[in-house]
Write a protein that binds this ligand. Structure first.
Ligand code: ZN
Ligand code: FE
Length: 242
């Protein structure tokens, strides 16, 4: 099975849209298109035609391009059944435990409620890749808009079961802000201090810092490392106020 070709498309102020191409079937999927034009251009520049959109949650910076991309390509839109009412462009409703396919690559759908009530993630176990939307970020986690610290803690625990090598494709470049906050939570974490320095130079050079990996997050993400839901909730509230 040939590897998936995964392209990062920076849009809006800090969103990343992921374009995922299977070279064997030539299926091309886009995760959380905030907008349409740059995504259609990125696909066209590679000679790819978008066949699918997969949404992780209803927020407009994850679904805003659905209608125009669907109109331009006739692609099929897959997303969380629990948020169907808020994503009118959905063709296929999925929930935790379902599987979705891109060519011969299979992704397991995970329920990861907390940022939104119906938030889902797509895990390509065979490709060691997971698309997490706004659930986990490099050294951070999503805000608890529609859920609880208990739910986000459960999400982090589940992500923590994945291998270190698993690549985590999150939907925002929040890394520098997250790293600066994380060092206040774990001032004695040497791996974290080192990562902050690396991220500072990467961002100063205008480089992207995602995808990240489960291994890097296991070493440096205070939300993944939180020992309890109460502690996760406490630091999430501190970050919200920062
Ligand atoms: Zn969101
Ligand atoms: Fe977002």
């Amino acid at each position: 099975m040939a590897a998936l070709d995964i392209v990062r498309i920076p849009v809006l102020s800090d969103n990343y849209v992921w374009l995922v191409h299977d070279p064997v079937s030539e299926a091309t999927m886009v995760v959380d298109p905030a907008v349409a034009e740059p995504v259609l251009e990125a696909a066209a520049a590679r000679g790819w035609t978008i066949t699918d959109i997969w949404n992780t949650h209803w927020h407009p910076d994850h679904t805003g391009g659905n209608a125009a991309i669907k109109e331009a390509t006739g692609c099929k839109v897959t997303g969380p059944a629990a948020e169907f009412a808020r994503i009118p462009t959905l063709d296929v409703q999925v929930k935790g435990g379902d599987t979705v396919r891109l060519g011969n690559h299979v992704a397991d759908v995970w329920d990861v409620p907390a940022h939104t009530a119906g938030h889902i993630a797509y895990h390509f176990a065979g490709d060691a890749a997971i698309f997490v939307g706004d659930t986990m970020f490099a050294m951070g986690c999503g805000r608890l808009f529609e859920g609880t610290a208990e739910q986000m803690f459960a999400n982090m625990q589940k992500l923590g079961t994945l291998d270190d090598a698993t690549r985590v494709y999150c939907a925002h470049e929040y890394t520098l802000s997250n790293a600066r906050f994380a060092v206040t939570v774990e001032p004695d974490n040497a791996a974290l201090a080192e990562r902050l320095a690396a991220v500072e130079s990467a961002r100063a050079a205008g480089e992207a810092t995602v995808p990240t990996s489960i291994g890097e997050e296991r070493a440096t993400n205070p939300f993944l490392r939180a020992p309890s839901a109460a502690e996760l909730g406490r630091i999430r509230a501190l970050k919200d106020a920062a």
